[in-house]
Design a protein around this ligand. Structure first.
Ligand code: F6R
Ligand code: MN
Length: 190
């Protein structure tokens, strides 16, 4: 009988903190300076500290982007803050490849996931620790932090999904999430 070795894992994910530990992580940070025209009040965004980090994403890409059949894994952290009453949020996107779905799940903090289909119909749901969200293909998605602490959520998507930011840059979402008298409120944007 020959003995075979059992490997130690190299990648760890802490479900409590969202800490991803891997020899191969890609980190991207979004500063306020990189979010031009994302918030309704562009003048207020431009007047704020441009070096402020709004959100960051740590990703594990086991295969090259665009490869069919692979999966990507990411952890997003959105810091608390607002631009003229509108909560700090991700830019949001459709996937470039039509009909490529994604899972999001809440790890820490309080947020709202805003979705919009290709007809401009929008809806939103709270994203909180242990909530699980299936985002169907052809649905644009963005997350806002409605709390006073960091909002952390995980994501898993197809490696050939790609990201279409241009449609959202041009038209935005049909709803915006704003603080109205201390309450997160979804309002029509168009
Ligand atoms: C991947 C995905 C997330 C987001 C991340 C940042 O398809 O949906 O990992 O990329 O939350 O948001 P965006 O990409 O909209 O800046
Ligand atoms: Mn996505």
């Amino acid at each position: 009988m020959s003995e075979r070795s059992i490997k130690e894992p190299e990648i760890f994910f802490d479900n409590q903190t969202g800490q991803l530990t891997s020899p191969v992580i890609t980190v991207s940070k979004k500063l306020l300076s990189g979010l031009e025209n994302v918030f309704k009040n562009e003048a207020v965004r431009a007047s704020m500290d441009q070096e402020q980090v709004v959100y960051e994403v740590e990703c594990y890409f086991p295969v090259e982007e665009g490869k069919k059949g692979g999966l990507f894994w990411g952890v997003s952290r959105i810091y608390p803050g607002k631009v003229a009453g509108e909560y700090f949020m991700t830019r949001g996107h459709f996937h470039s490849e039509s009909d490529t779905a994604e899972f999001y799940w809440g790890i820490a903090g309080k947020g709202v996931l805003v979705c919009m289909d290709t007809n401009g119909q929008s809806w939103a749901e709270y994203l909180k620790p242990n909530s699980l969200h299936y985002i169907a293909g052809n649905v644009a998605h963005r997350v806002a932090n409605i709390g006073n602490e960091s909002l952390i959520f995980g994501a898993c998507w197809l490696s050939d999904a790609g990201h279409d930011y241009a449609s959202i840059e041009q038209n935005g979402f049909s709803v915006r999430l704003v603080d109205l008298n201390g309450k997160p409120t979804l309002i029509e944007a168009w």
